[in-house]
Design a protein around this ligand. Sequence first.
Ligand code: FAM
Length: 429
Amino acid sequence: TKSLKETIEEVIPVKQAHLKKLKTEYSDTSIGDVKVGNVIGGMRGLRAMLWDSSVLDPEEGIRFHGLSIPDCKKALPAAPGGKEIIAESMLWLLLTGQVPSPEQTRELSRELAQKGNLPSSIESLVDSLPRTLHPMTQLGIGVAALNHDSSFQAAYEKGMKKSEYWTHTLDDSLNLVARLPALAARIYRNVYKPGAALPEINPDLDLVGNYTNMLGYGDNHDLTGIPSTGGNASAHTAHLVGSTLADPYLSYSAALFALAGPLHGLANQEVLRWQLSMLKEVGEEVSHDTIKEYLWKTLKSGQVVPGYGHGVLRNPDPRFIALQEFCESKPELMNSPIIQLVKKTYEVAPGVLKEHGKTKNPYPNVDAASGCVLYHYGLTEFKYYTVIFGVSRALGCITQLVWARALGLPLERPKSYSLEAIEQLAKSG
Ligand code: FAM
């Protein structure tokens, strides 16, 4: 069976030829207008970014190389003893566009486990951070510092050829993904369980199994996340920083700091805070009416309803639906008051948000449910939730970094204009 690197190597000439065709045949063809609304509206709707491994459709949600999340669940090898997609098979699909065999997936698990230990200098660095520093800040610092051993940076200093960029980017990227569980688990231990022993990486476990084991939850794949990719703030940040030829560690640490914003990844922490304060206020006997009242209270106080709305999607997020289905398949989850509350809120919130009339998408996004599942499993430290999101999201971001280097994509540099200049352009255009 072919290794991951050999499989990518085979796909590269096909993709390079495709890019060349686009360049020669269509470089001057327009695929959309730029409206003033796009420029002052955070570039929403602008068709301005090449991201090969996934496409987000406003109606049906994300597809990875053409496969929807339900397709992926059917096609991709599952985690040992479970039904959920194993992270390694998703990583393989993202990087190659191909579904791996169970053997290839296992081999990748072994490779990642073998590379998973943190260098001792990084352990000391993370251990020296104050416990009160937000875990996301700690994760970003740790990931950036891993570039101490960047293969890309070392090869660049020696003067590598452009055609070799992708192999070093792949090496760094796999090292990064491999080390994230140990780094993220160490941060959890330091902040919430100081002095507790930290299990070693187990070479027989897969990436998520090792992560949950080091967090102290055994080999529990129920805590697995689904990675997401595309033009969202964190993925875009990784792409932008990577385009400067910063190595994958620096690029992904920048992405993590974008993910740490409350309108983005921090929303899962915010959802739980919000749902728990609802539970406290209305008691456990919640009804649709009391939830409605609480939703209006949030909106009238000028706050957003966390976990609802999306920059692109215009339907319930399929990742939210997948999590709902996952909860429905487990009776103990369906009995959990917090999961019941998420479900009931979903039955009411779209109606309230439609009546409120501001958000273009009144439906839940992935964060409406993810934190609540973790809470149910006993991981009650909200500030840590975005770290878990940051571990799973790496798969999508590093994939694009490898492909950007394999395709020789250039430095990103959109043209910016002042208010005055935009008005002049609008008047003359
Ligand atoms: N509750 C109340 N108002 C909302 C809202 C919500 N959940 N979502 C959007 N709006 C408002 C928004 O603030 C804006 O108001 P103004 O015109 O006063 O500025 C208006 O509706 C139009 O916004 P939009 O075009 O529908 O959404 P955007 O593309 O600007 O923003 C989000 C998208 C995700 C930032 C926004 O929906 C939001 O703030 N949601 C709550 C926070 C959240 O759940 N974020 C997580 C997103 C998730 F996908 C992720 O990144 N992990």
